[in-house]
Design a protein. Structure first.
Length: 455
């Protein structure tokens, strides 16, 4: 559910002076581009040439539209919008495709096209971008175009050496895919800065991560009508991604960054809390929902099955709770699985979540009970302790058992209690096999240095 179009890797935040030196009269300054390529080859390495093309803004928008429609099936965004609305992430009736286009299309300065294996620069992209303002302490403004090119050519490098895992996510792997994209963007940010500054030190990498922290509020101010569920995953890729990759660079330089591209994080939780990858690894519990097969043979239509992950749960909670509490509620995440179904105008959700401890599960249960009451109204809700049931036009069921919480929303059955019991009995929970891609001997020593970086 947190997918974003592959073509816009790095395109939005880097909107800036792309044509200040790189494009003159609609033509790419090949000498400058060749110099940047040479610097990036020296820094990171390339296997083959990457063609450069310059396109008009209208053409770039058409490419973005094509990419959105390649990644999402016809009417899929409308169905996802209904699920988002049922969760409380967006207003009912919001046009998600138009929202994506409004956010991205006017900001495109340059991007790597993984389908054509080429670098695309957009003519006339001269407005100062959010990323340029964020890194101006590290970078002179006249190097903005060079940073964009170096950043996007790094995506070409990733594609050549490791393959970019872009486009449609595997079923239910949206959270893991978003974590991988944060690695792509963090790598590209560090490499871009390294090219234009003539090298990169661990200290500069950490400083860059800190300077990016203001992007979220800036983007919210610039696009107040764009919901957080559209904005925040994009910000996450830059801010949390750069911070996360800077840990690997600090420990093992570009070899450490390459290790992340081979063995990326498994969840947004690990990116938000790098110590859960590098120092005390925590891997998400794999949850398979049971007892739902009969609905796949009925008039209910399954429109999404996914893992929301810590980031999306934080965004969801923040729609109803203060930001600080929303972050605290999401931090105990250990895995989740949600199935969303539609029947006519009705939407039903089955959502099982696992937490690090019973206290974390209890905290989420209490918070989500409050969220459900605000979404559906408190009238008709019954129960106490670890079970809450509401019948009527907007039924729901919420239950905590030990370190897990089950939420059912929508009229799947007249008696949601019986359905909940079947889901509990037939769902499975499996630990994820861990890996440790870097030498962790120095990890603990460096934890304190990075701990001050806001996530």
């Amino acid at each position: 559910m947190s997918r974003t179009a592959a073509l816009v890797l790095a395109a939005l935040m880097l909107a800036g002076c792309a044509d200040y030196r790189l494009i003159r009269d609609g033509r790419i300054e090949t000498d400058i581009a060749a110099e940047i390529k040479h610097e990036l080859v020296t820094l990171r390495g390339f296997e083959r040439e990457v063609p450069l093309v310059a396109v008009a803004p209208a053409v770039a928008r058409e490419m973005l539209v094509r990419e959105l429609r390649r990644e999402y099936e016809p009417d899929e965004l409308q169905r996802i919008a209904r699920v988002y609305a049922a969760l409380g992430l967006i207003p009912a009736g919001l046009d998600l495709e138009r929202t994506f286009l409004d956010l991205y299309a006017g900001q495109l300065a340059g991007f790597y096209d993984p389908i054509g294996a080429r670098m695309v620069l957009v003519e006339g992209a001269t407005a100062p971008g959010l990323m340029m303002r964020a890194v101006q302490g590290l970078l002179r403004r006249d190097l903005a175009g060079e940073l964009i090119l170096a950043h996007e050519l790094t995506h070409a490098l990733q594609d050549q050496h490791f393959g970019l895992d872009l486009g449609r996510a595997e079923l239910g792997e949206d959270d893991a895919q978003l974590a991988r994209r944060a690695v792509y963007e963090g790598d590209a940010m560090l490499a871009g800065i390294g090219v234009v500054k003539g090298g990169l030190s661990p200290r500069t990498a950490v400083r860059l991560a800190r300077q990016l922290e203001g992007l979220g509020p800036q983007l919210a101010d610039a696009h107040p009508d764009v919901p957080a569920i559209v904005r925040e995953p994009l910000v996450f890729q830059y801010v949390a991604g750069t911070n996360f990759v800077s840990w690997a660079f600090d420990q093992a330089g570009w070899t450490g960054v390459n290790a992340l591209l081979v063995n990326p994080p498994r969840s947004t939780e690990q990116v938000l809390h790098p110590e859960k990858y590098y120092v005390r690894p925590e891997y998400p519990l794999t949850i398979r929902l049971g007892a739902l097969a009969p609905y796949q043979r009925s008039d209910w239509h399954v429109v999404d099955e996914t893992t929301l992950g810590e980031l999306v749960i934080r965004i969801l909670a923040a729609q109803f709770l203060p930001d600080e509490r929303a972050s605290a509620v999401a931090e105990g995440w250990d895995g989740d699985r949600m199935s969303a179904m539609i029947r006519g105008d009705e939407v039903a959700l089955v959502w099982m979540s696992a937490w690090d401890s019973e206290d974390d599960a209890r905290e989420f249960f209490t918070a989500y009970r409050s969220i459900l009451a605000r979404k559906h109204g408190e009238g008709g809700a019954q129960g106490g302790g670890d079970v809450v049931v509401r019948s009527g036009a907007q039924p729901y069921y919420l239950e905590r058992r030990s370190d897990k919480v089950l939420a059912l929303e929508g009229p799947l059955e007249d008696d949601l209690t019986e359905l909940a019991d079947r889901v509990w009995r037939r769902s499975t929970f499996q630990a994820t096999l861990p890996w440790i891609p870097l030498d962790m001997a120095e990890g603990a020593r460096r934890t304190r240095r990075h701990a001050a970086i806001a996530r």
